[in-house]
Ligand binder design. Structure first.
Ligand SMILES: Nc1nc2c(ncn2[C@@H]2O[C@H](COP(=O)(O)OP(=O)(O)OP(=O)(O)O)[C@@H](O)[C@H]2O)c(=O)[nH]1
Ligand SMILES: [Mg+2]
Length: 605
C-alpha cells in the first residue's frame, strides 16, 4: 500500500492509520464520491485542520491520499498519462478546512495541467461535515492545447453525490476525441522570469539574461521577463501586489505554466505567490539545484546534490494548500539520477542524516588519498572560474584528458584530476571543478564542500575568465566571493583570460594583461598555452626553499641535475665536497635530502 503523502508532522499514529485506511476505500464506479467517504474526509479535515486530498481512478479506487501542503507530491505512475487529447482518468477530490468550497486559481491550473477528470472541493463546516461542494472539469480545448474549463457550484453534497460522473467523463472524452486533432500539449515548461532591480549587485537585465540561460539549460522555454525596482523585497510576495497582478496577466496571455524568481524566495513568499499566480513558482536556487540534479554523474556528486535539495525543500513542506502536488513533475521536482525527492518530513530528516554520514566517509577516504599524494610531493593546481568560462576545455588543452566541455552552464560537477608535466620536468596535479555563479545557493556550496576541498588544498589556483564575456569583471567578483566562502580567497592565483580568439578589439587584450600575473589564452585555439605552463612553473618555483647541500665529488652527477633544474645559486669546491646553495620547491628539494647540511638550513622568513 502506498504511503499517505504530504505534511504528516504532528499527526497521531491512530489518525495516520485512519488516513492509510483510505487507500482501501472503493466506491462504485461512475460515482464522483459516496456520502460516507465525504463524511470521513470532513471529520479527518476538522481534526487535522489541514486539507485532505484523495485521488480516485475510474474504477472507484483510491490511488493517492495527501495531507496539507504537498507541493512535491507526485501521483503514482499508474495515474497514467494518456494521450495528450484525453483526460487522465483520475479525479482529485479535496477538502477546504475553511468551510468555503470555491476553487482556487491553482486548483484550476492543476486540473488543466494534469488533465484530471474532475477537480472538486468540499467545504468543511464548523460541525465537521461537508457544507457545500464546487467542482470543475475540462470542457474542451481552446486553441494551442490550452484546456477550457467549466466550473459548477456551490451545490449541496447530496447533489454532488447524485451526479452521474461516468456520463460526464464519457461526454468529455468523446468531445475531445471528435475534435480529432491531436493536441500537442507543450512538452517544455513555459517560464516567465521575474527580477528585482536594487542598488547593489548585478544589473537586473544582465541577471535575468543569465537566469534565462539557466532556465533553458533546465529545459524550460522563456516566454517573458519582468522586473521591478525595489529597495527591499516584500515580505509576503517578494514583489509588490500590483506587480503580482501584472505577472498573473502576463502568465495568462503568454500561456506560461512556471514563474521563476531571480532571487531566493522564503517558503512563505513562494507559497503566497503560488496561490496568487495559480501556477508553479520557483526561485533561482531551485533552478540551479534542478540543473545540478540532472547533471550529477558520480555517486558522490549525486549525494551532494540530493543533500542540497533536501535541505532546500525541508522548510518548504508543510503549509496550507495542496499547491504543486497536482501540477505533476518538471523543473524543481527532479532528483539526481533515478532518485525521487522525498516529500515526507520525517523521511527527509532520516535521509539527510544518511547522506551526511556517507559523505563523511567519502571525505575521509579522499583525505587519505590526498595525504598519500602529498607524500608523493606533487603540488596541486585547481582550475576555478565562472560557469562556462572554459575550465574543462583548458584542462583538456593542458593535458590530453578528454573531459566533457560543453556550451552549457554547469557542464562539470565532479572534480577531475590529471597529472601534467611542466617544462623542466616538474609534475603537478591539475583539478577541474564545478563552475561558480552569482547568487550560488549556499546549500550547494555547503553540500559541495567535500568536492571543493580540492580548491582549498591546492597550492595554486588558475582563475579562468571568459574574456569575451561582457560581464567578465562581475563574474570574476562573484568567483572571489565564493572563494571567500570556501576560505580560499588568499590562495596564490593566476588570472587566465580565456577565449581571446573571440576578442576583436586588440586593445582589450592589452588592457586585460595589465592585471598582475595574468596570462591570455585560447583554450580552444592553443594560443598562450605554453606561456601558461611556464607561468605555472614559475609560480610553483616561487615557493622555493633555500638550502645548502654538500655533495661528495663522487656524486658530481647530482650537481649537473641541479644545474638542469636551474636551482643552483652558488657552488664552492671544498675539501669535503661541493657546497651548493640551492633554491627549490620543497618537494624537489626533498630528493636531495641526503646531501643537506642541516645546521646551515636558513630558517623560513
Ligand atoms: N571561442 C572559444 N571558445 C571556448 C574557449 N574555451 C572554451 N570555449 C567554449 O566555451 C564553452 C564552455 O567551455 P567549458 O570548458 O565547458 O567551460 P567550463 O568552465 O568547464 O564550464 P562548466 O563546467 O559548465 O562550469 C564550450 O562551448 C567551449 O567550447 C576558447 O578559448 N575559445
Ligand atoms: Mg567544466
Amino acid at each position: 500500500m502506498p504511503d499517505v503523502q504530504g505534511n504528516l508532522s504532528g499527526i497521531r499514529k491512530s489518525t495516520r492509520e485512519i488516513l492509510e485506511s483510505l487507500y482501501k476505500v472503493e466506491i462504485p464506479a461512475g460515482e464522483a464520491i459516496t456520502a460516507d467517504l465525504a463524511a470521513l474526509m470532513a471529520r479527518l479535515t476538522a481534526q487535522l485542520g489541514r486539507e485532505l486530498a484523495v485521488y480516485l481512478n475510474r474504477r472507484g479506487q483510491v490511488v493517492s491520499v495527501a495531507v496539507g501542503d504537498t507541493r512535491t507530491v507526485s501521483l503514482p505512475e499508474t495515474a497514467g498519462r494518456r494521450a495528450a487529447h484525453r483526460l487522465s482518468g483520475i479525479r482529485c477530490i479535496h477538502t477546504h478546512p475553511t468551510g468555503d468550497s470555491e476553487l482556487s486559481a491553482l486548483d484550476l491550473t492543476s486540473l488543466k495541467e494534469m488533465r484530471f477528470d474532475l477537480m472538486a472541493a468540499l467545504g468543511v463546516d464548523e460541525r465537521a461535515s461537508v457544507g457545500q461542494v464546487s467542482f470543475a472539469y475540462i470542457s474542451g480545448w481552446e486553441g494551442e492545447g490550452e484546456a477550457a474549463i467549466d466550473t459548477v457550484g456551490p451545490l449541496s453534497l447530496d447533489d454532488f453525490v447524485a451526479m452521474d460522473l461516468a456520463y460526464l467523463t464519457g461526454q468529455i472524452d468523446r468531445r475531445l476525441e471528435e475534435r480529432g486533432k491531436s493536441i500537442s500539449l507543450a512538452e517544455k515548461e513555459q517560464a516567465i522570469l521575474v527580477g528585482v532591480e536594487s542598488q547593489s549587485g548585478w544589473d537586473v537585465a544582465d541577471s535575468l539574461e543569465e537566469l534565462a540561460q539557466l532556465a533553458e539549460t533546465a529545459g524550460a522555454t522563456v516566454v517573458g521577463k519582468m522586473w521591478q525596482k525595489r529597495d527591499r523585497p516584500d515580505a509576503a510576495l517578494f514583489v509588490g501586489r500590483g506587480k503580482v497582478l501584472e505577472i498573473a496577466a502576463a502568465r495568462q496571455e503568454k500561456g506560461a505554466n512556471l514563474v521563476i524568481f531571480d532571487d531566493e524566495l522564503s517558503p512563505a513568499q513562494q507559497r503566497n505567490l503560488e496561490q496568487s499566480l495559480g501556477t508553479k513558482v520557483l526561485d533561482r536556487t531551485a533552478l540551479i539545484l534542478d540543473i545540478f540534479a540532472q547533471r550529477a554523474r558520480t555517486h558522490e556528486g549525486k549525494l551532494q546534490v540530493e543533500l542540497a535539495q533536501l535541505k532546500y525543500n525541508l522548510p518548504r513542506l508543510g503549509g496550507q494548500g495542496l499547491v504543486l502536488s497536482r501540477l505533476g513533475g518538471g523543473i524543481g521536482t527532479r532528483g539526481p539520477g533515478e532518485t525521487k525527492l522525498e516529500v515526507d518530513r520525517r523521511r527527509i530528516r532520516e535521509r539527510i542524516a544518511d547522506i551526511e554520514r556517507e559523505i563523511r566517509l567519502i571525505r575521509r577516504h579522499r583525505e587519505l588519498h590526498r595525504q598519500r599524494r602529498q607524500d608523493a610531493r606533487i603540488p596541486g593546481v585547481a582550475l576555478v572560474g565562472y560557469t562556462n568560462a572554459g575550465k574543462s576545455t583548458l584542462l583538456n588543452a593542458l593535458t590530453a584528458a578528454d573531459v566533457l566541455a560543453e556550451d552549457k552552464l554547469f557542464a562539470t560537477l565532479d572534480p577531475t584530476t590529471r597529472k601534467i608535466t611542466l617544462p623542466g620536468g616538474q609534475e603537478a596535479l591539475l583539478t577541474d571543478t564545478v563552475g561558480f555563479i552569482q547568487k550560488l545557493p549556499h546549500q550547494l556550496v555547503a553540500a559541495f564542500r567535500a568536492t571543493l576541498e580540492e580548491v582549498v588544498q591546492a597550492e595554486l589556483l588558475l582563475h579562468v575568465i571568459d574574456a569575451s564575456h561582457p560581464l567578465h569583471q562581475e563574474q570574476s567578483d562573484a568567483v572571489f566571493r565564493v572563494l571567500g566562502e570556501l576560505g580560499a580567497a588568499d590562495k596564490p592565483v593566476i588570472p587566465v583570460f580565456n577565449k581571446v580568439d573571440r576578442l576583436d578589439n586588440p586593445h582589450l587584450k592589452e588592457r586585460l594583461l595589465r592585471t598582475p600575473d595574468s596570462v591570455a589564452v585560447s583554450a580552444l585555439g592553443g594560443e598562450g598555452i605554453a606561456a601558461l605552463l611556464d607561468r605555472i612553473r614559475a609560480f610553483l618555483r616561487r615557493r622555493s626553499v633555500d638550502a645548502v647541500l654538500l655533495i661528495p665529488y663522487s656524486d658530481s652527477g647530482v650537481l649537473a641535475r641541479l644545474y638542469d633544474l636551474g636551482a643552483v645559486n652558488a657552488a664552492e669546491y671544498t675539501d669535503g665536497g661541493i657546497r651548493v646553495s640551492i633554491a627549490l620547491p620543497p618537494e624537489e628539494a626533498a630528493v636531495f635530502q641526503q646531501y643537506l647540511v642541516t645546521d646551515e638550513v636558513p630558517t623560513d622568513e
